[in-house]
Design a protein around this ligand. Structure first.
Ligand SMILES: Nc1ncnc2c1ncn2[C@@H]1O[C@H](COP(=O)(O)OP(=O)(O)OP(=O)(O)O)[C@@H](O)[C@H]1O
Length: 906
């Protein structure tokens, strides 16, 4: 385009200055990087004796961080140039870089620093500098530095000033060479040609760039709304909502990058982070966890994390499915393991849940959680009462005191009950230890008697136990199991004499308890079998009653030895009891059709949340935190290891409120840093969160922010997406296209009545060729099919059809993306959440309704909004009735003139 002479001169000066600056920064970074001198041993030589290992380690970290940022600056010296004026009219130019700036450039600032926000503000905006000065943005250029053999250039620089722009300058360097060229060119032809290149180099507005590979695009500078969210303090519960392509994930990753860099945390935050680090021995940079709905999204984001200098290992980015299992199996003992322990077996399609549980998960959870707490408190009350009724006065008075503590505490005030019980702990412990010693003595005396009569007694018992059926050894009577739990040594030997001794003690105890409580031991249980085998070789009848009474006191007193642990560890078993009770009323659960030991994943969420919240409620109290090492609270310690300084969730609406609350409960209680993003219209699970109210249940102070500028899609595809929401009755959202961006594209293409795969494939191949012709290269392209089984056949057939053009099609089985090279990929629709492609083909959308009746509209919406510019849709029959009204949006192909294509010059 033509620009005024004045503007032109201005841009040329800008280009000259910017390129010089890029060169100097890069050179400085390079020399720092290669001069090898680092902060460290030499600096500290004089104070050598006082240098602690920690200090050296700290310096090593700083050195590494410095080297990393020099390396970034050498490649990319700056990402923006901003000119501001203060209130006196004094102008100042800032260069903004992605990383930590290098010394010696006073006007170079990190985007992560508060001043970095200047890069996101539009011209005319006011900004208060950290020193309190108020400045106005006069001019802004977004740079994309590129090192050439003969110096620096910046490609597609977007420049905006008060009196012109925004303009896109294809090459700043060309701008300068042209200046020279004009002076020296004498011939007219040369001049004419030069004029034309000048015009072509400057473009009005901002161009959309073509997505050329699979992976989240780099967006070094956010827009001002995204930027504001990205900078919000660490200690926040934030949820970004926004339609597809508004940059929610982009903002999330940028924010994580910034918040992991302690240099850019606020002072108070730095102190907190340091405190948590010393208390727990964690490193802030590693203390984060992000949840994504699919493995594929995780892979898709890997490079974006790398750009933020965040090593995104598999330990940090998880699907809930994997993490849930890990927590439930390895951390909290909810799921059974081969080595014993654990209550349940996880079954993905267990038919346990009724519609009520699926529709009202929050009420379901509340019902269980209240029930289990009451059950626990009830258990304590009963135990205290039993002690009050004991014969021994010492026990009675203890029972009395415990009873008073329990009655004084109001309902729901478990923390204070635990606090008061803590004071009684030593007495309870002493009592239990004394009683146990006496009762064990009695039992061992009886055993010795047997051994004196028959030295092989234990070996015979061991053989008998080995012969017992596995089922009998695991499916013990539930009451036995509960009582035995506390006596059994967790490292109990499993074989040989030691195991036999253990079994003997357990069986004899069970028998004694049964004598005292007049409750029979189940004959089919393991203990029952052993008792039968022992016959008269246990305790005498009188001893049984006496030992039994002592054991009952012990059992009841033990409830108060480590009440916190008992409370937390008992949750899975309480869940089983709760489920059994509710099953009878057909409340939340089906009455039958599944085993008591099996559990559905959504049920497991309920159990986990109950555990995590119970522990979290206690740990978040300052007095408990202070005393966490004392025996009263030590059961909470393992939970500390699961806390993370930051918890993030992408595509939050795919997770149920219960799952989100579990993730929220993993955020360290001192920092409470939680960041999620999502879009209710894109919910691809039947259990996913449906409303802001459900989100507010997760955190009452959840700060919900909306972003509305849709960057991904062309105008045509945006219009289609909005019409689709209207057609399928989704919740309408504010959405706008970015200003000054040429968002014009092409209409989506539709093929109906394509009954034969061959027809579909040849249509796809034609469209793909059209795209390649328009764009000049084949951009990132995806084909979505309805089922895993269709992935390979479609990929193969299309490969064949495209082989002439040497384009390779890759089948991404089970949502695995392989390699970066190929540009056409075939996916099963269920894996495509959160991704973006320049071109998307959606095969057989009319069949989708049959496959996913409950989520048909959501899949359609998420699928079609993955496309930036080209969207092709095929139907075996006709467009499904729900979106029939959208037919007018579609064309048949893209044989339109190239000038209409996005990304090409106007
Ligand atoms: N400020 C911005 N300026 C220009 N492009 C942007 C900006 N923010 C994001 N984008 C681009 O918009 C596209 C979509 O971004 P992103 O995937 O983060 O959106 P999203 O809201 O998470 O989408 P979805 O809801 O579909 O998951 C990306 O190509 C990204 O680079």
């Amino acid at each position: 385009m033509e620009v005024s002479k004045e503007s032109r001169q201005h841009i040329e000066q800008l280009a000259e200055e910017a390129l010089t600056q890029l060169g100097s920064i890069a050179a400085a970074a390079k020399s720092k990087l290669h001069d090898g001198r680092a902060l460290g041993s030499d600096v500290m030589a004089s104070i050598n004796t006082m240098t602690s290992g920690a200090t050296v380690q700290r310096l090593d970290q700083i050195n590494q961080a410095n080297r990393d940022s020099y390396a970034v600056l050498e490649r990319e010296p700056a990402i923006a140039r901003v000119v501001v004026a203060d209130e006196e009219g004094e102008e100042r130019t800032y260069y903004i870089c992605r990383t930590t700036p290098i010394t010696g450039f006073s006007n170079l600032a990190s985007y992560r620093a508060p001043v970095g926000r200047l890069a996101s503000l539009s011209v005319g905006a006011e900004f208060t500098l950290p020193n309190g000065d108020i400045v106005e943005v006069l001019e802004r250029a977004q740079l994309r530095p590129s090192a050439l053999a003969n110096g620096w250039d910046s490609r597609n620089t977007v420049v905006e000033a008060k009196h012109f722009g925004p303009l896109t300058i294809e090459s700043l360097r060309a701008l300068l060479t042209e200046v020279v060229g004009e002076e020296v060119t004498e011939d007219l032809l040369g001049q004419l040609l030069a004029e034309e290149t000048v015009k072509a180099n400057i473009i009005d507005g901002v161009r959309r760039s073509v997505i050329t590979k699979m992976g989240l695009r780099d967006q070094p500078v956010l827009d001002q709304y995204q930027d504001e969210i990205f900078r919000l303090p660490l200690d926040k519960r934030l949820l970004i909502l926004g339609p597809p392509g508004t940059g929610k994930t982009t903002t999330l990753i940028r924010r994580l990058g910034q918040k992991l860099d302690t240099a850019f945390l606020e002072e108070g935050e730095q102190r907190l982070v340091e405190m948590v680090a010393t208390a727990q021995g964690t490193v802030h940079a590693n203390s984060w966890l992000m949840f994504t709905p699919t493995e594929l999204l995780k892979q898709y984001l890997k490079e974006a994390f790398a750009r933020e200098d965040v090593p995104a290992s598999d330990q940090r980015i998880k699907t809930w499915q994997d993490y849930r299992r890990e927590l439930a199996r390895n951390a909290f003992g909810v799921l059974r393991t081969a080595s014993g322990g654990g209550t349940f077996v996880l079954k993905d399609s267990l038919p346990s849940l009724s519609a009520g549980a699926l529709d009202r998960p929050i009420q379901w959870f509340d019902d269980f959680n209240t029930w289990q707490r009451n059950a626990y408190v009830q258990e304590l009350h009963e135990a205290a009462n039993m002690l009050r009724e004991a014969k021994v006065p010492e026990v009675q008075s203890l029972g009395e005191r415990l009873h008073n503590i329990l009655t004084q505490a109001g309902d729901g005030a478990l923390a204070s009950t635990f606090g008061s019980l803590a004071a009684e702990l030593p007495k309870v412990q002493a009592l239990v230890a004394g009683l146990k010693e006496a009762s064990d003595g009695k039992i061992k005396a009886a055993l010795n008697l047997q051994l004196n009569r028959n030295r092989a007694f234990l070996d015979e018992l061991a053989r008998f136990i080995d012969g017992l059926q596995q089922a009998q050894t695991t499916d013990a009577d539930e009451q036995d199991e509960l009582d035995a739990d506390e006596e059994e040594d967790t490292t109990a030997p499993r074989t040989g004499r030691a195991a036999a001794l253990n079994a003997y003690m357990q069986a004899v105890r069970a028998q004694a308890r049964s004598a005292a409580s007049k409750r029979a031991v189940s004959k089919s249980s393991r203990n029952g079998k052993i008792i039968e085998w022992l016959a008269e070789r246990g305790l005498t009848e009188t001893d049984r009653v006496e030992v039994g009474a002592s054991l009952l006191v012990q059992t009841n007193a033990r409830r108060f030895v480590n009440p916190v642990k008992r409370y937390l560890d008992g949750i899975p078993k309480r869940y089983r009891a709760f489920r059994r009770e509710r099953q009878q009323a057909e409340n939340w659960y089906h009455n039958e059709g599944f085993e008591a030991r099996d559990i559905h994943p959504l049920e497991l969420d309920i159990v986990l949340l109950s555990i995590l919240r119970a522990a979290g409620d206690l740990i978040s109290r300052p007095n408990i935190q202070r005393d966490i090492d004392s025996s009263a609270w030590s059961a909470l310690q393992p939970f500390l290891g699961h806390y993370r300084n930051q918890v993030l969730v992408d595509e939050a609406t795919d997770f149920s409120p219960i799952q989100l609350a579990c993730m929220a409960a993993l955020a360290h209680p001192r920092l409470r840093s939680f960041f999620a993003c999502g879009d209710f219209n894109q919910r691809l699970t039947t259990w996913g969160a449906r409303s802001a109210d459900e989100m507010k249940w997760v955190f009452a102070d959840f700060d919900i922010k909306e972003i509305t500028v849709s960057y991904r899609q062309s105008k045509q595809l945006n219009d289609l997406a909005r019409a689709m929401i209207r057609a399928v009755g989704g919740s309408e959202q504010n959405v706008s296209l970015p200003a000054h961006v040429d968002s014009g594209g092409v209409a989506p293409a539709l093929l109906e009545h394509a009954t034969d795969t061959a027809i579909v494939v040849s249509w796809l191949a034609d469209r793909i060729r059209e795209i390649e012709r328009f764009v000049g290269q084949l951009p990132s392209t995806a084909i979505f099919v309805n089922a895993e089984d269709d992935v390979a056949p479609v990929a193969e057939a299309l490969n064949e059809a495209l082989s002439e053009d040497n384009n390779q099609v890759i089948a991404c089985r089970e949502g695995q993306a392989v390699g970066q090279e190929s540009n056409v990929r075939v996916f099963d629709i269920q894996h495509i959440k959160g991704l973006e492609f320049e071109a998307v083909f959606f095969v057989g959308i009319d069949q989708l309704a049959a496959k996913h009746p409950a989520l048909f509209d959501k899949y359609l919406y998420v699928g079609t909004t993955r496309a930036a510019t080209y969207l092709g849709v095929t139907c075996e029959g006709a467009l499904p009735p729900a979106i029939e009204s959208l037919r007018a949006h579609f064309g048949q192909d893209w044989q339109a003139p190239a000038s209409q294509q996005a990304g090409t010059e106007q």
